[in-house]
Design a protein around this ligand. Structure first.
Ligand code: PLP
Length: 384
């Protein structure tokens, strides 16, 4: 049940969890059952079976996520990519065209460029900062527009208000990947987006211990996406659902701490003579700082930066830090450091990376919940 909970912090703890509590259990139990007794269901999607995304653990998460997003409905999936692919394959049919932001998460970018052709779909990439260029890329068969709230790894902030207006003016379904911002920092449904997707692996779960995804929107769209996801089979395991529900309870505490910590670390790095450039929307030097201030409640826990010298200098820095794990992914309680040219963006040619502004020496930092002062001390010694 969504319950009478008004504020985000309360909703995170209580929304969706069954009332009355199951046998008095304060925490939502794990329903580790693949199938459930027949109760007269007549539709395929209503048959109570784990792959059909309707066990008590799924229903609790659907209600909680819909409450957090302020949407009519939501769906959890086995990964962020399961949420993204199920959504795109529902919204688009053979012959349709998608407008997508140019600097998308690598997996989404690969799906659009590598799989669309075989499915009879087409896509064009837009510069999401320049609304005046979008109309020229519109086609009679364009059905949807797809953007991210903050891009990876350069933390660019698209003109999200213009995306919503453009979608409405041209009858497109607007979809946003809100993984980097989370509902604590940005509420896309309230801003007018039709669908919000997440890699729940990141901030929503927050502990780097599961892979999960989510999509939120109108009941009509989510029911169609659930039907598609039920066929594709990417349903979330009950134990992962339990962990996601537990992780969500501390989302606001974690993300607000990470907002503050990342801003302090970004300011420290910007002032350090060994650092040539810091990308973080909370810095006054960020080209879209004013836009980010208008759109977001906080600027998130991810930043990227460049050190004086070549890629080797970045690798030396990574070898010297003691607290962060050198690992891809983001949004968890542990601070993670990665060099995108060798991980998330290794699939692109050096020229393509250069074109997108991703230098070989760029480092991406996902700030965890460790003591900020201790992280700054660690970076200070690593930069010496
Ligand atoms: N969207 C963004 C912005 C991501 O960073 C990621 C993963 O890194 C994904 C989607 C894919 O999510 P998952 O790895 O949970 O499938």
């Amino acid at each position: 049940m969504s319950g009478p909970y008004k504020r985000l912090e309360t909703q995170l703890v209580h929304a969706g969890d069954p009332r009355p509590r199951i046998d008095g259990a304060v925490e939502m139990p794990i329903f580790q059952s693949a199938t459930y007794e027949y109760r007269g269901e007549s539709r395929y999607d209503d048959v109570r079976y784990l792959r059909l995304n309707n066990t008590p653990n799924h229903l609790a998460l659907h209600a909680k996520l819909a409450t957090l997003e302020g949407s009519q409905a939501a769906l959890v999936t086995a990964s962020g990519m399961a949420a993204i692919t199920s959504t795109l394959l529902t919204v688009l049919r053979a012959g349709d065209h998608l407008l997508a932001q140019s600097c998308l998460y690598g997996g989404t970018h690969d799906f659009v460029t590598g799989e669309f052709g075989g499915l009879g779909l087409t896509a064009d990439f837009i510069d999401a900062d320049r609304r005046e260029t979008w109309a020229a890329q519109l086609k009679p068969n364009t059905r949807a527009i797809y953007v991210e709230s903050l891009t990876n790894p350069l933390l660019e902030v698209a003109d999200l208000t213009a995306v919503v207006e453009f979608a409405r003016a041209h009858g497109l379904i607007s979809i946003i990947d809100n993984t980097f911002a989370s509902p604590v920092n940005y509420r896309p449904i309230a801003a007018g987006f039709d669908l919000v997707v997440h890699s729940a692996t990141k901030y929503l779960n927050g502990h780097s211990d599961i892979v999960a995804g989510a999509v939120a929107g109108s009941s009509e769209l989510i029911e169609r996406i659930r039907h598609k996801a039920n066929h594709l089979g990417g349903s979330l395991d009950p134990h992962a659902a339990f962990l996601l529900n537990r992780g969500l309870k501390t989302l606001a505490l974690r993300v607000r701490y990470q907002n503050d910590s990342a801003l302090r670390i970004a300011r420290f790095l910007e002032a350090h003579p060994g650092v040539t450039r810091v990308h973080y929307a909370g810095l006054e030097s960020h080209p879209r700082h004013a836009r980010a201030q208008r759109l977001f409640a906080g600027f998130g826990g991810v930043l990227s930066f460049e050190l004086e010298g070549a890629a080797q200098r970045a690798d030396e820095f990574a070898a010297r830090v003691r607290i962060p794990a050198i690992a891809p992914s983001l949004g968890g309680v542990h601070t993670l450091l990665t060099r995108p040219a060798t991980t998330s963006h290794a699939g692109l040619s050096r020229e393509d990376r250069q074109r997108l502004g991703i230098s070989e020496a760029l480092l991406r930092l996902s700030v965890g919940i460790e003591a900020t002062d201790e992280l700054i001390e660690d970076f200070t010694q690593a930069l010496e």
